[in-house]
Write a protein that binds this ligand. Structure first.
Ligand SMILES: Cc1cc2nc3c(=O)[nH]c(=O)nc-3n(C[C@H](O)[C@H](O)[C@H](O)COP(=O)(O)O)c2cc1C
Length: 358
């Protein structure tokens, strides 16, 4: 079995069975509170969660984030996640397509179009693989799975904690720009659980990236996964490393005009609503959907997705929003460490309090 393929299998098994989330740090959503509207004057049945994304329309602004592919069980998981995304009108991200670039026979484990004809489907490749494979092969990988977009993942933490990781990050921005210029689909750049700073977001937007998925800290920790794999070169000192999702989402949304996805430690439809209230267009999650699959297969993934959509709608109703994008301007109370960090960046919680209350 090739190394990429066996690594993928052990990542999935560890994430299904072990405690891989941040220990001390939180994503910050517990510091963010909506201001309850006891008299919303709207009909729950008429709430509109539809959201434009990548030239298609989602029924709800949720992305099932990139996780797998490249081995048999990964293919099974991808089909289950994609089917649930189709059923609920969500977007879906394939895991890194590196394995199929190394061995074309593994392509079938990424092919989900048959079960997800309408889903905005996002291909995936790591920033350090851009140099190795070049634009043409990457364009082939996107086309062969019929993806609507390609996510390039930035994962310097994971590469550094893996003894076999790639440690040369020089020239990645230039390569991202080349992919934006030459691969004929929208390019999303995402982190993998350590967040994106406003400075990096500005560079990415200038390079031509169509959307940024912050994948902040507070959820799945890649330092944790590598340590539990018995493979981390350090002693877990980086378990909680990264910019918490609430902070990353707020600062990146202020810094760039392109759509932002709030992910990393998003654990409910209310967290999706909070991400949108902080400036994102969509919310996303990986681990909760993987765990749902582990507990009850496709049916459990679909049930979880349905629960999140309902929670999102409840948060809309209780803040007086008829359309999901209206969450972006409701009053928010931000306290604790998230408030302190945002203040340090000149982004004052009072701005969120002085928003219009519906
Ligand atoms: C089992 C597993 C595998 C992952 N594989 C990938 C991957 O191949 N490509 C990628 O961009 N992100 C990958 N991620 C990162 C997720 O897409 C996401 O950014 C991160 O887990 C944070 O979200 P969460 O806290 O909801 O899990 C993976 C996450 C998990 C849990």
């Amino acid at each position: 079995m090739n190394a990429t393929r066996s690594r993928k299998g052990s990542h999935i098994d560890i994430c299904l069975k072990k405690g891989v989330e941040a220990k001390v740090k939180t994503a910050g959503f517990d510091d963010v509170d909506f201001f309850h509207n006891a008299l919303p004057e709207l009909d729950f049945a008429k709430l509109d969660t539809r959201t434009p994304f990548l030239g298609k329309r989602l029924k709800a602004p949720i992305v099932i984030e990139a996780m797998t592919g490249g081995y048999e069980k990964g293919g099974e998981i991808n089909l289950a996640l994609a089917e649930a995304a189709q059923e609920h009108g969500l977007a879906f991200g394939l895991g890194s397509q590196r394995a199929m670039l190394e061995d074309v026979a593994l392509s079938s484990t990424y092919k989900v179009r048959n079960v997800a004809p309408d889903v905005p489907l996002i291909g995936n490749i790591g920033m350090t693989q851009l140099r190795k494979y070049g634009v043409q092969k990457i364009a082939w990988a996107v086309k062969s799975v019929d993806a609507d977009a390609l996510a390039i993942h930035l994962n310097p933490l994971q590469e550094l904690v893996q003894p076999e990781g790639d440690r040369n990050f020089e020239g990645c921005l230039k390569l991202i720009k080349k992919v934006c210029d030459e691969v004929p689909v929208s390019i999303i750049v995402k982190e993998t659980g350590a967040g994106i700073s406003p400075e990096v977001a500005i560079k990415l937007a200038e390079a031509g990236v169509a959307a940024i998925d912050v994948a902040g800290a507070g959820g799945t920790s890649w330092s944790a996964v590598e340590m539990l794999r018995g493979n981390e070169s350090s002693d877990g000192a980086f378990w909680d490393w990264g910019i918490p999702t609430a902070v990353s989402t707020t600062l990146v949304s202020r810094a760039v005009k392109i759509p932002v996805i709030a992910s990393g430690g998003v654990r409910s439809g209310v967290d999706v609503a909070k991400g949108i209230a902080l400036g994102a267009s969509l919310g996303g999650a990986a681990l909760p959907f993987l765990r749902a699959w582990g507990n009850g297969g496709k049916k459990a993934v679909s049930t979880l997705a349905g629960e999140w959509v309902n929670e999102l709608k409840m948060a809309m109703a209780l803040t007086g929003c008829r359309q999901v994008h209206e969450l972006g301007s409701v009053r928010l109370i931000i306290t604790g460490k998230t408030s302190e960090t945002l203040c340090a960046f000149g982004c004052f919680p009072s701005n969120f309090v002085s928003r219009e209350q519906r």
